[in-house]
Design a protein around this ligand. Sequence first.
Ligand SMILES: O=C(O)CCC(=O)C(=O)O
Length: 249
Amino acid sequence: MLNKNQISQYHKNGYLTGIQIFDRIGAGYYREQFDALEKKEGREKCQTGLQSRHFEEKFIWEIASNPKILDCIEALMGFNILLLASHFFCKYGNGETATKFVAWHQDVTYWGLEPPTTMTAWYAIDDSDVENGCMRCIPGSHNKGLRDHGKSSIEGNLLSINQEVRVSDVEDKSAVDFILKAGEISLHDGAIIHGSSPNRSDRRRCGLTLRFIPAHVRQVSENSLRKEWRPILMRGEVKYISGVEKAPF
Ligand SMILES: O=C(O)CCC(=O)C(=O)O
């Protein structure tokens, strides 16, 4: 799935974007599946309340276990791969009045993992662009260590404990937008600084984040939700058995 150049770009910049997983028909099928889930759960819940639902919803498991996605993860992280979690980030179009955003942050800061090595595949359920608040990141920031996170002073941060990392104007200006068509993914390192702006369009912007870890990573303290992760082995093997769940489907 990934060539040598993409692999070295990922390690240098901390991200890759625009990788096609499904064609228009496949992307349409998974959008319809999400639409049905949204109907059942309601919009409020869908914003950030659908966590690790791959244990119950077959379509989420199908995306998470898609061989093309796993090939990308394997190329970047090695053969022994666990799915740590999945989580929808859904921002509804609110034009100029939109407030919901994702503050600049580094994923691994509050995840309780040792070593803090993770990678996210962000799967676009909907087309995602600047107007509807696509993901953004600061290239290369994954190689500069983990920073202290404070609380955001702006109303509407979708992160679980309102965390936010300060960035300089120079860093802010260097940010890259992950513009994706439905059915594509971006990939980002767990230590990269990233976030997203409010959805100022009249369209939904829904993404499914799939969190992967190499099999030597362990949970050593509570995560920000005060929960235990429920990792599933996707490829290769794990040396320790406890805490690893079976594939749900
Ligand atoms: O989807 C978004 O806007 C943010 C997602 C995010 O912060 C993440 O994948 O860690």
